[in-house]
Design a protein around this ligand. Structure first.
Ligand code: ATP
Ligand code: MG
Length: 775
């Protein structure tokens, strides 16, 4: 047997060497599905298939890169590079560029990212004079996106009674009109958004059988990772390509289907065997990633879902540590607890890169970042505002986009008056109105202001003329210059460099650094391409790559020894030695939007399953009892999902020792933290003494570093005169809400009351600090 096949277990090997017909590998997390796909590609190459005839679709660019690297070690680098391997979006955008003429787009079409689309939607809605509180841009964007992913074009949308009725019912009857204008404007600008890449590929294959046939015979084997998260548009592309030759292998796990909000359809994997009769199904049962405790904890959780394919997943690794649950009083403290824990664990031979912090929403990252920064822990963030979305970077990119495709409306709008050249909103408004009226691009109007009867004075005409000349000049030189040379000419000649370098503020300097980083990135890109044998590396080459980076890609410092921070969604398919899943609270995880919908809760549970199963050695789940959201601090209760995990795999310290009291006490957020079990709350919190922030200040003044916590054996001493409290009084506390006084003890400055709070259980409070009011 070939050496590399020995690196697989029996069932994995069977799945790898089966190439006679369609096959499906359906198995739990960490069981080697991606490994099977990788080795299968190596196997196909070994069987003589040329690399370019293999189409391998991954969920992220990062996954594709990792797979390529692995295949390079199994074969060689040249071969790995020639594979058609990448995300649906990146591979099919390549095909669309080759075939653009068939669908009425230029081959240098721009790819609009989510910000561009939203900005375009905003201008359209403004032109239609729609109220953006009713027509919320995000909501409109997702309706259009959903439609596209279901392959509903604007024309079909208009005629679809159900969709139109749905819009009427939700008081946004004009979505169809917005969709129509949006699509028209994209076409005008020679731009496609991310969803268009899939929609247009389908249109191309549907309407041009000869083109489809060409790719069908070109791609002799198709492989798809994470098949459970394909949407209808993706599913259909794959089906079209494989219908006749049926050389397809998909792998996935229904328990990890987490993208239904983007139109992913779990039925694609469930129906696979019906679609490809006679297909072989392979199951993998052994998890190679995680310790037994982690695997068992994850299994016990996912079994709470009613809809799932029954699977066995076991680990033969050591039993390992139990999954631990950490509670904190606040989101700040949660951050400090995590940072403290990372520091502690680093003492035990872990690198920063061995840690990942996973959260449900990007908004949670800020506080965590702050805590890591204060501890000097290096980190990298995936998602959120990526490098290429930063204003100063996007401004430069917009110039570059305009050089490749001057009709690009969003790029045009960004740079027409940046750096400031005296072309104001009014002029831009006139340009836009003329463009809309004549159904042409802004650039077309700019090239013939008189022809389009633009009402502008001679000063403005001169400024517009200068701008046009500058861009036209860049376009002319672009053929001869490399991406690197072009970019450096642009930043200098447009005035960006001199504008940015005037600003000596901290923000200004950081913008300059970002600009330099961008130029460096372009130079590196050119260098790599040249190493790969390219003679001329054009701006178009660079842009087609950059515009496909998604919020799940962070190509910068990928290798660096840093803690990884990302949403659970972005962590799919990845693995880390130590994983923190933070913010396990009701209304956050599961999200508030899903809590009343059992199907949505099941998806959230799958998401939590994905989170836990990323961990190889240690998995730590944290929640805070209060969290700052929407401008105020709100109480939170532990996530229901914590109760779904079998307690025998959990470790829930009951003591109230601060997770990181030494650090916390140095910080502003000096609240005693606690490890507390969500199930034994009253017991765990009995011993706590809550100290309000004001009280902390008082304590510091009086050099009081520690608040006495009395034993939880309150006597029924009479109320002190001062407080006016009595046993049985109903009181309100501004953090814990309402409760009833069950005991009072001590007097004067030491008077303490024990209060049974409705939502927080029993707590003992030092009266001179606690602001209790009798209700
Ligand atoms: P997920 O569902 O999370 O995507 P997966 O099923 O794709 O997981 P892989 O990522 O392929 O699983 O494998 C999990 C880990 O186990 C990887 O580190 C992989 O290299 C390792 N692994 C898988 N199979 C074997 C094996 N037979 N021998 C050694 N290591 C293995
Ligand atoms: Mg995988």
């Amino acid at each position: 047997m070939e050496e590399y096949l020995k690196q697989l277990n029996e069932s994995q090997r069977e799945a790898v060497v089966y190439t006679e017909g369609p096959s499906l590998v359906i198995a739990g997390a960490g069981s080697g599905k991606t490994r099977v796909l990788t080795y299968k590609i190596a196997y196909l190459l070994q069987q003589g298939l040329p690399p370019w005839s293999i189409l391998a679709l991954t969920f992220t660019n990062k996954a594709a890169r990792e797979m390529k690297e692995r295949i390079a070690t199994l074969t060689d680098e040249q071969t790995a590079r020639r594979l058609w391997m990448g995300t649906f979006h990146s591979l099919f955008s390549r095909i669309l560029r080759n075939e653009a003429e068939h669908i009425g787009y230029p081959s240098n079409f721009t790819i609009y990212d989510a910000t561009d689309s939203k900005s375009l939607l905003r201008s359209i809605m403004k032109e239609m004079q729609l109220d953006d509180k009713v027509y919320r841009p995000g909501m409109i964007q997702s309706r259009i996106s959903n439609a596209k992913n279901a392959l509903v074009t604007w024309k079909a949308y208009e005629q679809n009674k159900e969709l139109v009725q749905h819009d009427m019912d939700s008081k946004v009857p004009l979505v169809r009109e917005i969709y129509k204008r949006y699509q028209n404007r994209c076409l005008q600008a020679g731009a496609m958004d991310f969803d268009d890449l899939l929609l247009q590929t389908n249109i191309l294959f549907r309407d041009h059988p000869d083109v489809l046939e060409k790719y069908r015979s070109f791609f002799r084997f198709v492989l798809v990772d994470e098949y459970q998260d394909t949407n209808f548009a993706q599913h259909l592309i794959v089906q079209r390509l494989c219908e006749t030759h049926r050389r397809i292998c998909v792998v996935g796990d229904d328990a990890q289907s987490i993208y239904s909000f983007r139109g992913a359809n779990i039925d694609n994997i469930l129906q696979f065997k019906n679609q490809y009769p006679g297909c072989r199904i392979f199951k993998l049962e052994r998890n190679y990633r995680s310790t037994q405790n982690i695997v068992n904890a994850a299994n016990s959780l996912i079994h709470k879902n009613t809809k799932q394919i029954q699977k066995t997943v076991y680990s033969e690794k050591e039993e390992g540590n139990k999954v631990s649950v950490l509670a904190s009083y606040s989101d700040y403290e949660e951050g400090y607890a995590v940072a403290g824990k990372i520091n502690d664990m680093r003492m035990r031979n872990y690198d920063y890169a061995d840690f990942a912090i996973l959260y449900r929403t990007n908004a949670q990252s800020r506080i965590l970042e702050e805590a890591l920064r204060k501890r000097g822990i290096p980190y990298k963030i995936y998602g959120g505002l990526s490098f290429y979305q930063r204003k100063e970077v996007k401004d430069v990119i917009s110039y570059l986009r305009l050089i490749i495709n001057p009709h690009d409306e969003e790029a045009f709008k960004r740079v027409i008056n940046y750096p400031a050249r005296g072309i104001g909103e009014t002029t831009l408004g006139k340009l836009t109105a003329a463009a809309t009226e004549h159904n042409v691009s802004l650039w077309t109007v700019l090239n013939d202001p008189i022809g389009y009867a633009l009402q502008i004075n001679s000063g403005t005409a001169k400024k517009l003329g200068d701008f046009r000349e500058m861009i036209a000049g860049f376009i002319e030189r672009n053929d001869k210059l490399s991406a690197e040379e072009m970019a450096s000419a642009v930043v200098k000649e447009s005035g960006i460099v001199s504008t940015l370098f005037q600003d000596r503020s901290v923000e200004g300097i950081s913008k300059q650094e970002n600009l330099q980083e961008l130029l460096k990135g372009i130079a590196e890109f050119c260098e790599i391409r040249r190493e790969e044998g390219a003679e001329h590396v054009s701006l178009a080459d660079f842009l087609s790559e950059v515009s496909l980076l998604t919020d799940q890609d962070n190509d910068k410092d990928e290798q660096a020894n840093k803690v990884t921070m990302m949403t659970v969604h972005a962590a799919k398919g990845l693995e880390f030695k130590n994983v923190f899943v933070v913010g396990l609270e009701e209304d956050l995880f599961p999200s508030s939007m899903s809590k009343d919908n059992p199907r949505a809760v099941e998806e959230e549970r799958r998401l939590f399953y994905v989170a836990i199963t990323r961990a190889e050695e240690n998995c730590m789940l944290t929640y805070a009892k209060s969290r700052y959201r929407n401008g105020q601090s709100a109480m939170c209760s532990p996530s229901r999902f914590l109760r779904d995990i079998d307690t025998k795999y959990l470790h829930m310290p009951e003591n109230t020792a601060a997770t990181d009291s030494s650090a916390a006490s140095r910080e502003r957020f000096e609240r005693p933290s606690a490890f507390a079990s969500p199930f034994q709350q009253p017991k765990a919190v009995e011993r706590e003494t809550y100290v309000s922030p004001v009280a902390q200040a008082v304590q510091r003044q009086s050099r009081l570093t520690k608040v006495e916590t009395a034993a939880a054996s309150p006597s029924s001493a009479p109320a002190s005169d001062l407080s006016g409290l009595y046993v049985g009084a109903k009181v309100r506390h501004d953090r814990f809400g309402e409760g009833e006084v069950t005991a009072i003890e001590g007097d004067g400055g030491n008077a303490k009351a024990t209060v049974a709070f409705t939502h927080f259980g029993q707590k003992q409070l030092l009266l001179k600090f606690a602001r209790l009011t009798i209700v």
